[in-house]
Design a protein around this ligand. Structure first.
Ligand code: GLU
Length: 478
């Protein structure tokens, strides 16, 4: 195993391995077992031709399955120009630990297609997606029991619908075909609440951290998420939901936002809904009324904004040895995968910051993917069986209370109390419970092991312990 060296400039994959090694020493597990957990089990690299315009383009793509200690393996598919084998390996590796932390019974995987999706028409993207899916089917690297993709950077419900349709065309006799991919549109066997899930999970994680008075005191902050200031890097799916839910449900003040075109700052707060509307109309966040604008070249200024919570919600390697010491925020909430290099983390921890690590904080996406997969295998919407029964029971209780107390309860109040849970209510409550429970598992490890230096190491220890007990119970290692 390589030793973590914070002084060198590390790649994303090296950072993930450094984090693992740093945590592994706290587990007391056998090196052979640790190495089995650490390495990527299978790496599939492909090149396939797709007819684009008058000619053919050779597309480079990957699917990496990091660990099959549980089946199926699970993880998104990324469409980006920066995709490379190491990046997909790092992302697949993180998926394994992520699933373990939130007790989702999957191994980790990830896919990548090396294209800039914004350069292609919808028609071409459909061709690329269907061809990529065919490659996976041929290799037996997709299926509800084998490997289940989902959205990631550059993909969304539309691409998942194409994947599902392609899979069904080949495997029409598989009754569970819908479980071959998650993040599908709701009317294509998707689940309500999947699109917002990662951002909502990020919000629940930050809220839980802020709810513990003694931890907030150590940071010199008051208890509770309400009134905290936040800067968000990236307004993609994860960043925009994190910001809107934090503002609407948490009472957070968004003071800074950055995107590819630049960054903006307003100490008085930026209404995130109005900003999203402004960007949709003008194509940019720049010159948003009342805010100070920083052009494209200065967009990394977001890292130095005065705020309580910094949310990197874009891509990896954003917080590095070059800028870590300039960060003012006391809480770094990693909504993206791999935003902080292992060297930068040392700097941040020395400066007394709290990092809510990616492998915990953005696990809301895969958590709700798990719910979607369960829904697909059960062939039934959550809440269908019990909703009306619960509603009738609550109505009887309310009516009895009303009768016995002699005090009338208004119709609006009655409706609120007696409502049975819909799918979206159950998904959100399952996600909330998961994010809170997993936070405390990691925090308990941090509190009980004095040499564990932060929540990331604690989260890795948590994941390694769970995965190792799977291996040990299989009798793979003595
Ligand atoms: N791409 C998301 C992630 O990085 C979701 C994965 C999934 O739902 O399988 O966690």
């Amino acid at each position: 195993m390589s030793k973590a060296d914070p002084k060198v400039r590390t790649s994303f994959y090296e950072s993930v391995q450094n984090y693992f090694d740093k945590a592994a020493v706290h587990t007391g597990l056998h090196e052979g077992l640790l190495n089995q957990i650490r390495e990527c089990n299978s790496i599939y690299r492909m090149h396939f031709p797709v007819k684009i315009g008058d000619g053919y383009e050779i597309i480079e793509a990957y699917r990496v399955q990091h660990s099959q200690h549980r089946s199926p393996t699970k993880g998104g598919i990324r469409y980006s120009n920066h995709v490379n084998q190491e990046e997909v390996m790092a992302l697949a590796t993180l998926m394994t630990y992520k699933c373990a932390i939130v007790d989702v019974p999957f191994g980790g995987a990830k896919g990548g297609v090396k294209i800039n999706p914004w350069d292609y028409s919808a028609e071409d993207l459909e061709k690329i997606t269907r061809r990529y899916t065919t490659e996976l089917i041929r290799r037996k690297m997709i299926g509800p029991a084998v490997d289940v993709p989902a959205p990631d950077y550059g993909t969304g419900p539309r691409e998942m619908a194409w994947i599902y349709d392609t899979y069904r065309a080949f495997k029409g006799d598989d009754i569970d075909a819908a479980g071959c991919v998650t993040g599908k549109p709701v009317n294509q066997s998707g689940i309500r609440g999947r699109t917002e899930a990662t951002g909502r999970g990020v919000f629940y994680g930050i809220r839980e951290l802020c709810s513990i008075e003694e931890d907030m005191k150590k940071l010199g902050l008051s208890k509770g998420i309400a009134g905290k200031t936040m800067a968000v890097q990236g307004l993609g799916n994860v960043g925009s939901y994190t910001a809107t839910i934090s503002q609407d449900e948490g009472g957070v003040k968004i003071v800074g936002v950055s995107e590819v075109e630049g960054a903006i700052y307003d100490a008085n707060g930026i209404d995130i809904h109005k900003l999203l509307q402004y960007r949709a109309e003008t194509g940019s966040i720049l010159n948003y009324p009342g805010a100070k604008s920083f052009g494209k070249d200065q967009r990394t200024a977001i890292m130095e904004f005065d705020c309580d919570i910094l949310v990197p919600a874009a891509l990896e390697n954003q917080i590095t040895m070059e800028n870590a010491h300039k960060i003012k925020a006391k809480i770094i909430a990693e909504a993206a995968n791999g935003p902080t290099t292992s060297g930068a983390e040392e700097v941040l921890l020395k400066a007394g910051k709290v990092i809510l690590p990616d492998l915990y904080l953005n696990a809301g996406g895969v958590t709700v993917s798990y719910f979607e997969w369960l829904k697909n295998l059960s062939h039934m919407r959550f809440g269908r069986m019990e909703k009306r029964f619960n509603q009738n029971t609550y109505e009887r209780i309310v009516n009895t209370i009303e009768k016995n107390s002699g005090k009338p309860i208004s119709e609006t109040e009655k409706r609120m109390i007696t409502r049975g849970a819909d799918e979206i209510d159950l998904v959100r409550s399952g996600l909330e419970e998961t994010m809170i429970g997993s936070y405390h598992q990691c925090r308990d490890i941090l509190m009980s092991k004095p040499k564990v230096d932060g929540l990331r190491t604690a989260a890795f220890v948590n994941a390694i312990q769970k995965i190792s007990s799977d291996y040990l119970s299989m009798g793979v290692f003595p």
